[in-house]
Ligand binder design. Structure first.
Ligand code: NAD
Ligand code: 0WE
Length: 255
């Protein structure tokens, strides 16, 4: 069993019960961690508080990661609530809807900027704010997708953002290694969350994984949560700068 008793985890990206962040919170909590759960806006407050109440030791905080002053403020509150933190989970991504619908060639400068700012720069900003609180070493995790490496119809500017995110993981791992802080990404297979809603042919992506992945099924968010618990634990003490696929093996197949 993975043991995270006495550890504090700060998780960003909880929107609702389908969120990968929620599966991660449940698995970190099951392993004994205390949770600081961060949600983007007032709109999500009620859902976040209701879900947090299901866990034995969870607090909620609001933070829009597109604003430096909100990141500064939330970590000031977290520093008050906990003496030290051990785990940071970044499960946040956003690109304007048009950019993940229209022809990639038509990507606007502002759409590109927003995708990189919210989905990539935020990891650097959160890591910088969290590092001084990780006085006993730590583990930083982010969520990525295979669209970083290969073209998926409509993933578009998010694919470019995930490529930058995976590179950011390697540079942060090098930057934070001497402080005993590891930085890794989990590349999850497609999961029907809010972020996957409204994506035109999402069900054809799920079907392709069912047909072509070695395990002939789609991944469950809780399997991503289990891998997050492992990567956060001392069992993964030698792993940093890495992208771990939790995709039923889909990425390993040719046709
Ligand atoms: P989700 O919609 O539940 O989570 C995305 C979260 O990002 C939401 O909670 C949203 O509030 C948050 N967010 C967006 N902009 C923000 C901002 N400015 N400030 C703070 N929070 C902000 O969907 P999800 O699928 O759980 O996504 C979580 C992560 O997993 C994302 O990085 C996504 O790219 C990644 N991922 C998802 C899948 C999938 O198929 N669902 C597969 C691989 C990777
Ligand atoms: O990273 C993602 C999706 C992230 C996302 C989703 C939205 C929808 C609503 C970012 N920004 C927005 N903006 C919105 O306005 N995934 C890995 C899920 C996903 O999205 C796809 C996929 C998969 C898988 C889009 C096309 C093809 C496959």
């Amino acid at each position: 069993m993975i043991d995270l008793k006495g550890k504090v985890a700060v998780v960003f990206g909880l929107a609702n019960k389908r969120s990968i962040a929620w599966a991660v919170c449940q698995k970190l909590s099951e392993a004994g961690a205390s949770l600081a759960i961060c949600y983007q806006s007032e709109r999500l407050q009620r859902d976040a508080e209701t879900l947090a109440a299901e866990l034995p030791d969870a607090k909620t905080f609001q933070c829009d990661v597109a604003h430096d002053e909100q990141i500064e403020a939330v970590f000031a509150r977290i520093a008050e609530a906990y003496t030290t933190i051990h785990i940071l989970v970044h499960a946040v991504a956003f690109a304007p809807a048009d950019a993940i619908k229209n022809d990639f060639l038509q990507t606007k400068r502002e759409e590109f900027r927003i995708a990189q700012d919210v989905s990539v720069y935020s990891l650097i900003a959160l890591a910088r704010a969290a590092a001084p609180l990780m006085t006993e070493g730590g583990s930083i995790l982010t969520l990525t997708y295979y669209g970083a490496e290969k073209v998926f119809p409509n993933y578009n500017v998010m694919g470019v953002a995930k490529a930058a995110l995976e590179s950011t993981v390697r540079y942060l791992a090098a930057s934070l290694g001497s402080k005993g802080i590891r930085v890794n990404a989990i590349s999850a297979g497609p999961i029907k969350t809010l972020a996957a809603r409204g994506i035109g042919d999402f069900s054809s992506i799920l079907t392709a994984v069912e047909q072509r992945s070695p395990l002939h099924r789609n991944v469950d968010a809780l399997e991503v949560g289990n891998t997050a618990a492992f990567l956060s634990s001392p069992l993964a003490s030698g792993i940093t700068g890495e992208v771990t696929f939790v995709d039923c093996g889909f990425n390993t197949t040719g046709i």
